[in-house]
Design a protein around this ligand. Structure first.
Ligand SMILES: *[C@@H]1O[C@H](CO)[C@@H](O)[C@H](O)[C@H]1NC(C)=O
Ligand SMILES: *[C@@H]1O[C@H](CO)[C@@H](O)[C@H](O)[C@H]1NC(C)=O
Ligand SMILES: *[C@@H]1O[C@H](CO)[C@@H](O)[C@H](O)[C@H]1NC(C)=O
Ligand SMILES: *[C@@H]1O[C@H](CO)[C@@H](O)[C@H](O)[C@H]1NC(C)=O
Ligand SMILES: *[C@@H]1O[C@H](CO)[C@@H](O)[C@H](O)[C@H]1NC(C)=O
Ligand SMILES: *[C@@H]1O[C@H](CO)[C@@H](O)[C@H](O)[C@H]1NC(C)=O
Ligand SMILES: *[C@@H]1O[C@H](CO)[C@@H](O)[C@H](O)[C@H]1NC(C)=O
Ligand SMILES: *[C@@H]1O[C@H](CO)[C@@H](O)[C@H](O)[C@H]1NC(C)=O
Ligand SMILES: *[C@@H]1O[C@H](CO)[C@@H](O)[C@H](O)[C@H]1NC(C)=O
Length: 382
């Protein structure tokens, strides 16, 4: 009797020591917002993830703003439910830190089972980067930071019913052999971006992915705006780099972007291998921008198969482009005519179907040493 009593006390005691205090805050965990932009609330969110992440719920309550000055690390999350009803606001006075010192702002590395969502629809993730857009100028090429980075073999990650705005570079960067990710009911907005060539082409991405499988992107509204005095298009809504397999993207609107839903080989740096990509279906895609669909390959001999764009509602822009020497044509101009006959890419079972709206004439290059199996159905002017 006494023994088992002692045992029970010892057990409870060791449990209390082994698990941080936050467990005493019962599930769901509600981290505290301290209410100052200069005071970082990320540590409290990370503590909540540690305390409740294993199968539990973390709530960011409505009408509260959390200042994010260091990364939110989802690695303690195992089948967790992260509910954002308030606002996560990242800092706007430490761009070098965000760019050079950390991997990303919301980091999913080797995370299995995470649901990030707003139940009421009031949740906002604000990258707060308008100052950043205005404070610098560069080519926009090279590695872009993911605000959300899903990597290192993560699986079963869902984002639902959230508004996200003004992230530094990429809303979602997906790579590192991650599988089974879904994004549904999101509004991604950018305002005050640079909007002039060449930086407008590469700075903002809605979704950039490579080396990933099983991705669903559904019912997403992307609205990218540049500074009124520049007025150009900005960024790419969805870019598929090599190693991407089995993606469905449907009911997506992409407004104000330079690129729509494009196969873009070698945007992710360091460049990925092997050079193959397959099974991508983009359907019911509404585009108002510069280039809606197709390929912007950066001179690689990639093998790309089963890519279907079915149902493009084109308000403005070029309906399709196949340019396997894109970087050279836009930077190393003199090399384009050398690249075009030399590149040896293999494109198999590529379809452009059901264009509504017309837009500008498609731009399909001629590649003598590549094998290009492109089909068209109800896609005027191609
Ligand atoms: C453009 O090409 C030059 C070489 O001609 C290179 O030094 C520069 O980095 C390139 N810029 C970009 C943005 O790739
Ligand atoms: C992914 O794993 C690699 C190798 O273990 C590690 O160096 C890297 O920091 C990890 N990435 C993240 C975002 O944790
Ligand atoms: C994909 O992830 C979802 C949760 O986001 C899960 O319900 C589903 O079972 C997973 N699918 C597979 C094939 O593992
Ligand atoms: C893609 O999906 C198909 C059909 O569901 C499956 O057979 C194939 O193994 C998947 N490919 C990858 C690379 O996951
Ligand atoms: C096509 O997508 C838009 C959102 O971009 C949606 O409002 C519309 O209902 C979809 N149409 C069909 C037929 O699913
Ligand atoms: C399409 O984009 C242009 C800017 O390029 C904008 O003025 C126009 O309002 C947009 N159209 C729609 C329907 O959103
Ligand atoms: C195209 O391929 C042929 C046959 O392999 C080769 O002789 C030729 O040099 C290639 N063209 C270029 C521009 O590389
Ligand atoms: C692509 O293939 C061509 C012809 O086979 C070859 O000359 C060229 O070096 C390859 N390019 C790359 C980047 O591997
Ligand atoms: C292109 O590469 C394939 C191998 O991927 C090779 O069989 C073919 O001969 C190459 N074509 C040219 C023209 O070099």
């Amino acid at each position: 009797m006494l023994f088992s009593f002692v045992f029970a006390v010892a057990f409870v005691h060791s449990l209390a020591i082994a698990i941080p205090n936050e467990l005493q805050v019962r599930d769901p965990c509600k981290p505290l917002a301290q209410g100052w932009e200069q005071v970082d609330d990320a540590p409290a969110i990370n503590d909540a993830l540690k305390a409740c992440g294993k199968g539990g719920t973390i709530v960011i309550p409505a009408d509260q703003t959390y200042s994010i000055r260091s990364p939110i690390d989802f690695s303690p999350c195992k089948q967790c439910d992260f509910q954002i009803e308030g606002t996560l606001l990242s800092s706007r006075d430490q761009w070098n830190y965000w760019y050079n010192d950390v991997d990303s702002i919301m980091t999913f590395a080797n995370v299995h089972g995470a649901r990030v969502r707003s139940i009421t629809g009031s949740g906002v993730i604000d990258g707060n980067a308008v100052d950043y857009y205005n404070s610098r100028w560069d080519s926009g090429l090279g590695r872009g930071k993911g605000f959300v980075h899903i990597t290192n073999g993560s699986s079963d990650i869902r984002f639902e019913n959230l508004r996200m705005k003004n992230v530094m570079q990429r809303f979602f960067l997906l790579d590192g052999q991650s599988v089974n990710m879904s994004f549904e009911g999101l509004a991604l907005g950018v305002e005050g971006q640079w909007g002039l060539y060449p930086r407008n082409e590469q700075e903002t991405f809605g979704f950039e992915m490579g080396d990933v499988r099983e991705v669903t992107i559904k019912n997403i509204d992307m609205n990218f705006r540049s500074r009124p005095n520049h007025g150009g298009t900005t960024g790419v809504c969805a870019a598929f780099d090599v190693g991407t397999h089995n993606v469905t993207m449907q009911d997506v609107t992409c407004n104000g972007a330079w690129g729509g839903a494009l196969v873009m080989v070698d945007t992710i740096v360091p460049n990925l291998k092997p050079l193959s990509l397959s099974n991508i279906l983009v359907s019911n895609f509404t585009f108002n921008g510069t280039v809606a669909t197709g390929f912007q390959d950066y001179i690689s001999n990639a093998t790309i198969s089963n890519v279907i764009w079915d149902g493009l509602n084109l308000l403005k822009g070029v309906s399709a482009m196949v340019n396997l020497c894109y970087l050279r044509s836009h930077n190393w101009t003199g090399w384009y005519f050398y690249c075009q006959p030399a590149v040896n890419a293999t494109l198999v079972n590529i379809w452009f179907k059901n264009l509504r709206g017309g837009g500008d004439t498609p731009d399909i290059g001629v590649y003598k040493n590549s094998s290009i199996d492109v089909h068209v159905e109800n896609w005027p002017r191609l």
